[in-house]
Write a protein that binds this ligand. Structure first.
Ligand code: COA
Length: 174
């Protein structure tokens, strides 16, 4: 078999592997937490980026969304941090010298959108790779919108979001 002509950089043990996990997070759900947990087995540090999807009109403002995320990672020794951007995700990645973007895949229906997003991001910044992680089976049907819809009509969302997010939803819809 022909050998691939791949660059073989020396492994530097002091190098940390960092990734971004961008999304709207309106609000963060147990499905997102599942992706982050899986991501932590591959990356040393993950920065969750609350970003702008121009076609969404979030229920929680930017500050509220960041706080709800921060509360989830108090005890993670800085391995998971939260930031936001109103610009392009790849610009944030390049500026912070981060070469991986994590996205979760729940079902086949996510694929088309994620494929387009990943290819657009690659076109904008070829040095940044998108890494897809499969969501745990128990979270395959949930979305932030689904949870908000249920909570709006006093549906029980316990077990689908962290307890403090459930409380925040109750406050919004009381
Ligand atoms: N478990 C549960 N739900 C999940 C999930 C998981 N593992 N992964 C995704 N979802 C849900 C989210 O809750 C969200 O639900 P909603 O649509 O009901 O709100 C949906 O899947 C997808 O949302 P999200 O992952 O937050 O992506 P998004 O499409 O809202 O936003 C951005 C994607 C923010 C990353 C993208 O718009 C972006 O990069 N914006 C910045 C500008 C930019 O760089 N654009 C790209 C080049 S044009």
């Amino acid at each position: 078999m022909d050998e691939f002509d791949l660059p073989r950089p020396e492994l530097k043990p002091e190098v940390t592997h960092n990734a971004l996990y961008p999304g709207t997070f309106d609000p963060i759900t147990n499905g997102h937490l599942d992706i982050i947990r899986r991501g932590l087995s591959l990356f040393d540090r993950i920065t969750i980026i609350v970003a702008l999807n121009v076609s969404k009109n979030p229920l929680f403002n930017l500050e509220e969304r960041c706080e709800l995320i921060q509360e989830c990672f108090k005890d993670f020794n800085g391995r998971v941090t939260v930031d936001y951007t109103s610009g392009l995700i790849v610009d944030y990645a390049v500026q912070h010298n981060i070469s991986a973007i994590i996205r979760g895949l729940r079902a086949i229906s996510d694929f088309d959108y994620e494929f387009q997003l990943a290819l657009m991001n690659r076109r904008l910044a070829p040095s940044v790779e998108t890494v897809f992680l499969m969501t745990g089976f128990e979270w395959i049907y949930i979305s932030s919108s689904g949870i908000k819809n249920a909570a709006r009509f006093q549906g029980n969302v316990a077990g689908l979001v962290p307890a403090h997010v459930e409380a925040a939803l109750k406050r919004k819809f009381s």
